[in-house]
Design a protein around this ligand. Structure first.
Ligand code: R5P
Length: 290
């Protein structure tokens, strides 16, 4: 069966690399907005009896969702036998419970929505915290790519003596796996979130590690305040400038500039969302599961 990749705006680099897999071709997809803000979608390839794969990272998801739905529907109507979605960053995974009465549990609602019009989902390290697997909320087959190994490889290639730090309990799963693969010591801090941009992070115990470079590892960097508070502690403790690594460089608003200005050494991310900090390429890992 012929496989055609369709690329959403902002995913061109990844889509081009993935299309190098034997048997894959890039299809034509036009997405634009009418003057009134409604979306226009046109498939410019013959998809009859083909397997269609959409490449669309789901950061800033709200404006992408309708065009995504229209595209999947059109592909099916035009005869595509399967419609799969590669979303290296999967949105709406953090609101995985009703923290306050009346709140929408958007992780579950979003999963139900996507499961309704996509036949398979491929993603990178989704934020699984209270849900232990995507199967708990997605009713379609899902495949996961893990960034721990490529991140640890980057650390081994670029930092001689590293001390890995996870800024909160939720980051333990990533920091532990990366530290193990990199053969480096690690510690996990405690975080208390009081608001979107208001977090307290416990003081790291770095007594024995003054000759190490602190490397903060987390899955998502959004407002960057989790990282900023940790960097502040490390600077006060007179550690070497910390390196910050995020799997998913969401960087809301001025977060990237703010993190840089906080006294960070280097900011590194995986290419799950296109960003100047992308230094760790997961194309190979994604290609394997496609
Ligand atoms: C926690 O839920 C995540 O693993 C990250 O720690 C969090 O998303 C970071 O958010 P922010 O960059 O806004 O502090």
């Amino acid at each position: 069966m012929k496989t055609i990749l369709f690329c959403f705006p902002g995913n061109e680099v990844l889509a081009k690399k993935l299309s190098e897999k034997p048997g894959f071709a890039i299809g034509g997809l036009e997405i634009r907005q009418f003057p009134d803000g409604e979306s226009y979608v046109r498939i410019i390839s013959n998809v009859k009896d083909c397997r269609s794969i959409l490449i669309c990272s789901l950061d800033r998801p709200d404006n992408k969702l309708l065009p995504l739905y229209f595209t999947c529907r059109a592909l099916k109507e035009l005869g595509s036998s399967r419609v799969e979605l590669v979303a290296p960053y999967l949105a709406y995974m953090r609101q995985d419970k009703r923290f306050h009465p009346g709140e929408a549990v958007t992780s579950d609602a979003f999963a139900a929505l996507l499961s309704g019009f996509v036949d398979r989902l491929v993603t990178v390290d989704p934020h699984l915290h209270r849900h232990h697997s995507l199967a708990e909320i997605y009713s379609i087959p899902t495949s996961l790519v893990h960034a721990a190994e490529p991140i640890s490889q980057w650390i081994k290639n670029n930092i001689q003596k590293s001390l890995l730090i996870g800024p909160d309990e939720e980051s333990r799963q990533w920091v532990e796996a990366v530290a193990k693969a990199a053969g480096a010591p690690f510690e996990v801090l405690l975080k208390n979130r009081k608001g979107d941009r208001d977090v307290d992070v416990s003081i790291p115990d770095v007594e024995k590690y003054h000759d190490h470079i602190p490397v903060l590892v987390d899955d998502i960097i959004s407002t960057a305040h989790t990282m900023i508070e940790t960097v502040k502690h490390l600077n006060e403790l007179r550690m070497k400038p910390p390196v910050c690594i995020g799997v998913h460089p969401v960087f809301a608003g001025d977060a990237y500039a703010e993190l840089k200005a906080a006294g960070t050494g280097e900011i590194i991310s995986c290419n799950t969302i296109i960003h100047p900090s992308n230094k760790i390429d997961l194309t190979h890992q994604l290609s394997i599961v496609l």
